[in-house]
Ligand binder design. Sequence first.
Ligand SMILES: [Zn+2]
Length: 394
Amino acid sequence: MAKTYILILITLICLPIRCCFVVRPKKIFEEPIIAVAVLWDTDTIYIRSNNYLTLTNQDRITNIPVNTLLMVIENQDSIAVLKNNKIILKNASQITFESEGEINIGYNSKTMTAYHNKILIKKGIVHRFPTIHNLTAINILPIEEYLYGVVSSEIGEAKENEYESIKAQAVCARSYTMSLLGQRKDFDIYGSYLYDQEYKGTAREYPLAIKAVNETRGEIMQYKNEPILAQYHACCGGRTTFGRYPYLQPIIDAPNHSRHKKPYCQDSPYFEWNMKIGRDSFESTILKLAGIPYKFRLNPKLEINKKTKRVEYFKFKSDKEYKVSAESFRKALNLRSTFFTCKIKNDSTEIIGHGWGHGIGLCQYGAMAMARQKITYKNILKHYYSNIKFFRAY
Ligand SMILES: [Zn+2]
């Protein structure tokens, strides 16, 4: 009896201790399979593989011999597939191609890009920009394989002594991608830096990028337990700028974020740039953006954000006060950034600028310089993103 009491007592004492030590299981995911839009706004897609190709339309499977060139076209309201100008499949709304080898696809048969795994071709996807044609090709593959291509394209020039910056780039690109999973209807991400991240399939996969992706496998940055939209750009010009989220804060890109120290990206060829244009074209660009159809002399004021030093607006008065966004001005003149000042003279305007890109998040030239100074990839990332935590998602 006494023994039973002692046992119960021990159990009761140990129970709360055990509870304290119970570790809540972490979310363990399998490596996600992602869908990357690689061709869009086209009525024709050429496809060929260096191995056997399997073409699937609903439940119907067609085997295509090695190195056969196929043409996928829009055919009224559906998709058709042609081989030697003969239709081998029609009336499909979507088709998939799979191969053990490389699948080459392109807008024409001369410039094709190689991808792995699976290509889905779909009709009628609505894009975030206006399109004329209706076909979209989507590469479906495991995220880590996709990252081999992205990291190679995005920071391909980084050298052996800048290796930590390549690892930082891998964690950024993975976090960015993971934050978009399930957010869009027909695919996860665009394979272009214009909309998301540059991805050129297996044609651009560099050994150091592959190594960096493998060594950081599954590792992402999180904010409040969610993957962060880790934006990055080529060169900040000395300061980064605000993004949409609290972890994308403007920072001074120098040791300890100090304005008294030399910026990390100062040796970048894009740290400072300038451009001279005629006073007339400077003024007509601003007037056009303001929607004013006639010309007159104007002396616009630059509205500069105190914290980021980037131009936000050009302001000028005519019949009323006008505001033109610096971002639209940047696009119209193909400027590298909105981090600039203008010297307006009688017949010309000089634009003196800093950096290349939107200036949000990690600065690639800064990250490469930090890596050369033996700073680890985690410390590089903590320098550019505020209050983030590292997490291994799978
Ligand atoms: Zn920088």
